[in-house]
Design a protein around this ligand. Structure first.
Ligand code: NAI
Ligand code: NA
Length: 395
């Protein structure tokens, strides 16, 4: 069929297999161009199909020749209906990995569930024996708790009072004020249950119990801090409470891994266009200004550049550098004073009329559609494309 982008709200409900393949090949080529990393050899990536998780899987496989198992939650294709982009990304990734003799298998299901954990454990036992790294990169709006069966929803709300600021609808370019009402009831608890560290710890506990973690095992989960501008809705909002919890959990997990000299890290990453960040109010305006400033200063990075730096300059060197709270920082360039001062100045001036020149609205828009395999110059979108594509190593 001929596949075109169709948007609903801030998301795109179609995706293009050729464009997703392009995106994956670009990331693989980037990693290959950087040479070998003395990194992990057997890796489980939870949240492996898009964004930072996909970049981690690609960096593991093509940077240090690692066998990878990927876990994700994606919509399979059907006749006349495209899959979600993470499905096509994974199909392209596995095809390339297998061509080079690199082990890659995947599990599509709810990572929060006991069933998917058990399925993963069985696959590791059968194929890999032990693993030396787990990347935890889930971003989800909901979690059904495996013991209580309760379904929790995460929210993106300020705490203590309503918050008013500018935002942009990046589809229309309209800059306007929005007011977000503060959290109420169980919003904070629910958000911590979904996006905090409990599930990460459950994964590591379950794997350790089965003796599937090798000595010197490492695990990393991803967090965000960001500037004053977005603090009320991000770091000091409901999602920030979940990130506080995730960051604390790293220490709990490290304690539980003492006997195998294991270590759990949180890496604070840069703000990037992903399916998850597009859904957060205010953040798209911030990102479009940030991209402009970082590109002009020559320090812009996407997911793959970020994760390459994480592996080669943070995780897999002697003495991983940490901040005063024990976190890895690869948001260092985003948070540079000169970058933040420029963004803050532009923020004040940004209007519907001025944003296209002040900010990188076009870059934002292109990257957003790139997430779904659209707007790649190399792809001829007028051609028919097969929509039903298999993931070769899907279990
Ligand atoms: P994403 O939306 O691109 O990726 C989310 C992944 O989780 C996908 O592979 C998806 O299939 C998987 N997933 C979601 N629910 C699942 C479930 N129930 N079971 C199994 N898999 C499931 O998100 P992104 O942006 O890469 O986020 C990953 C982590 O990075 C999150 O913790 C996020 O907070 C963090 N982060 C994101 C930043 C950004 O600007 N995008 C900045 C810093 C940190
Ligand atoms: Na991810």
């Amino acid at each position: 069929m001929i596949i075109e982008p169709r948007t609903r709200g801030f998301i795109c409900i179609t995706s293009h297999p050729k464009g997703c393949e392009r995106s994956v090949l670009n990331q693989i080529n980037y990693i290959k161009s950087k040479g070998k990393i003395e990194g992990p050899k057997k890796v489980l990536v939870i949240g492996a199909s898009t964004g930072f998780g996909l970049a981690s899987r690609i960096t593991s496989a093509f940077g240090s020749n690692a066998s990878t198992i990927g876990v994700f939650f994606e919509k399979p294709p059907a006749e006349g209906k495209t899959a979600s982009s993470g499905w096509y990304n994974t199909a392209a990734f596995e095809t390339e990995a297998h061509k080079e003799g690199i082990y890659a298998k995947s599990i599509n299901g709810d990572a929060f569930s006991n069933e998917v954990k058990q399925q993963t454990i069985d696959l590791i036992k059968k194929d890999l024996g032990q693993i030396d790294m787990v990347v935890y990169s889930l971003a989800s709006p909901v979690r059904t708790h495996p013991t209580t069966g309760m379904r929790h929803k995460s929210t993106l709300k300020p705490i203590g009072g309503s918050y008013t600021n500018k935002t942009v609808d990046f589809h229309t370019g309209e800059v306007k004020e929005i007011t977000i009402e503060p959290s109420a009831g169980d919003d904070i608890e629910n958000t911590v249950t979904v996006m905090g560290g409990e599930d990460w710890e459950m994964w590591i506990d379950a794997l350790k119990k089965e003796n599937l973690l090798s000595s010197d095992f490492k695990t990393v989960a991803y967090s965000y801090i960001g500037p004053k501008l977005t603090e009320a809705v991000y770091r000091k909002g409901t999602i920030g409470k979940a990130k506080d919890h995730l960051e604390k959990t790293a220490f709990t997990i490290t304690d539980s891994l003492k006997d195998i000299n294991g270590k759990a890290y949180v890496s604070v990453n840069k703000a990037l266009v992903t399916q998850s960040s597009s859904a957060i109010p205010v953040i798209p305006l911030y990102i479009s200004l940030l991209y402009k400033v970082m590109k002009e200063s020559g320090v812009h990075e996407g997911c793959i550049e970020q994760i390459h730096r994480l592996y080669s300059e943070r995780l897999f060197i002697n003495d991983t550098p940490l901040d005063s709270k024990g976190r890895i920082r690869i948001d260092d360039w985003e948070m540079r004073d000169d970058i933040q001062e420029k963004v803050a100045a532009l923020w004040k001036e940004a209007t519907t009329e001025s944003l296209p020149t002040l900010g990188d609205l076009e870059g934002y828009n292109t990257e957003f559609f790139n997430l779904f395999g659209f707007k790649y110059d190399e792809v001829d979108y007028s051609l028919e494309s097969e929509e039903v594509i298999d993931i070769p190593g899907l279990q």
